[in-house]
Design a protein around this ligand. Structure first.
Ligand code: HEM
Ligand SMILES: *[C@@H]1O[C@H](CO)[C@@H](O)[C@H](O)[C@H]1NC(C)=O
Length: 332
């Protein structure tokens, strides 16, 4: 990167921090495991790279896992717990069941880390690191992952149903949902850009292709129709609930800014993608969307900042929680 670009990036970062709130690590720190697990970042990165080589979709799945963790009681690895004793797994909740992936990869990372530095690295920190490395592996931005999270000793099945946003949410609902997590509208737009990677199942986008409301209809008049028809061939009115379609039909395997080009054209796969443009009456979000569509570097810089912010939601630190030995179960 030449100096001018570096300088421009700095200006952009300062500007966006001003809008979106600063994004430092809060109580977390960069070198938390420097003494206790010096090879941590290298080990996680390698394991993620291998997993993604084997299964390219895994990059998206690992990113989503961190998101679904953070939105339910905070980034505390509650999403990883299996049902056992009094714990009802979040994996069974509506947004997660038959949908979340990547648990075996997390287990594998944990196994390697328990060999290298036993009972040291939290499962919550593994999720944060894996999400970053997953994005990098698909050509996306790299950001600093602040560390020191601890793992919860409980899960919240009800929380998973309540706090993970539904794909048919209105813009108002999405904004409120993110606000509840301390994330603003800018973060909503930026993080929704994650839907530049991989897939959703028919069940998640059926309503979007068969029940177009009048608002959508008038905004996307004509433009939508061929797109809709091709999706209808994948996803019939009933049945084939698990049939998959790409969230970004242009470059589903890459982390880039094409998501924003898609939603400008009314070609987001989910209702929650399209409402960012169609229900934004003030046009503030639309401006954001256009800026990202025109400038991938800007999107990348903001994405890292918003991921750091998301990674700070309600974290457990110090003596809170525990360092799980097995990410699927609390320590006995
Ligand atoms: C804004 C509200 C959001 C809604 C309503 C939403 C909803 C969804 C839905 C329904 C799917 C498809 C799941 C399936 O059909 O199995 C999906 C996939 C995905 N989401 Fe989101 N999401 C949102 C925000 C986010 C955020 C903030 C991230 C990451 C930071 C994210 C990352 C992903 C990824 C990477 C996939 C593809 C996963 C895969 O192929 O395995 N989403 N999302
Ligand atoms: C969203 O989908 C759920 C489940 O399919 C349905 O019960 C609900 O009525 C839908 N909400 C809206 C606003 O369309």
């Amino acid at each position: 990167m030449d100096l001018l670009r570096k300088w421009l990036m700095m200006v952009v970062l300062i500007f966006f921090n001003g809008i979106g709130g600063s994004s430092d690590g809060g109580p977390l720190v960069l070198d938390y495991y420097k003494e206790t697990c010096p090879l941590l970042e290298e080990l996680v990165q390698r394991t993620v790279e291998i997993a993604v080589l084997r299964d390219p979709r895994m990059a998206a799945s690992l990113l989503r896992l961190h998101f679904h963790d953070c939105f339910v009681m905070g980034c505390d690895a509650s999403v990883l717990l299996d049902s056992s004793g009094s714990i009802i797994s979040e994996k069974q909740a509506g947004p997660n069941i038959n949908s979340l992936r990547g648990f075996e990869v997390v287990d594998h990372i944990k196994y390697i880390l328990e060999e290298a530095c036993p009972s040291t690295v939290s499962c919550a920190d593994i999720l944060a690191l894996a999400a970053r490395d997953a994005v990098v592996s698909r050509g996306g931005p790299r950001w600093n992952v602040y560390l020191g999270r601890r793992d919860s000793i409980k899960a919240s099945f009800d929380g998973a149903n309540k706090f993970v946003p539904a794909p048919n949410s209105s813009l108002e609902t999405l904004i409120a949902n993110f606000q509840e997590q301390g994330l603003d509208t800018g973060d909503l737009v930026t993080l929704s850009g994650s839907h530049t990677m991989e897939k959703a199942k028919c069940l998640s986008f059926r309503q979007r292709i068969y029940e177009i409301n009048s608002e959508e209809q008038s905004y996307h008049y004509k433009r939508g129709t061929t797109f809709q028809r091709s999706l209808q061939s994948i996803c019939p009115k009933s049945g084939r609930d698990s049939a998959l379609a790409p969230l970004d039909s242009m470059t589903p395997a890459r982390f880039d800014n094409h998501y924003f080009l898609n939603i400008i054209q009314g070609q987001g796969l989910l209702i929650s993608d399209n409402v960012l443009v169609s229900q934004d009456l003030e046009g503030e979000i639309r401006e954001h969307v256009w800026a990202y569509a025109n400038n991938q570097e800007l999107f990348f810089a903001s994405f890292g900042n918003s991921m750091i912010k998301m990674g700070n939601i309600n974290i457990l630190t110090g003596e809170q929680g525990e360092i799980r030995k097995n990410c699927r179960f609390v320590n006995s």
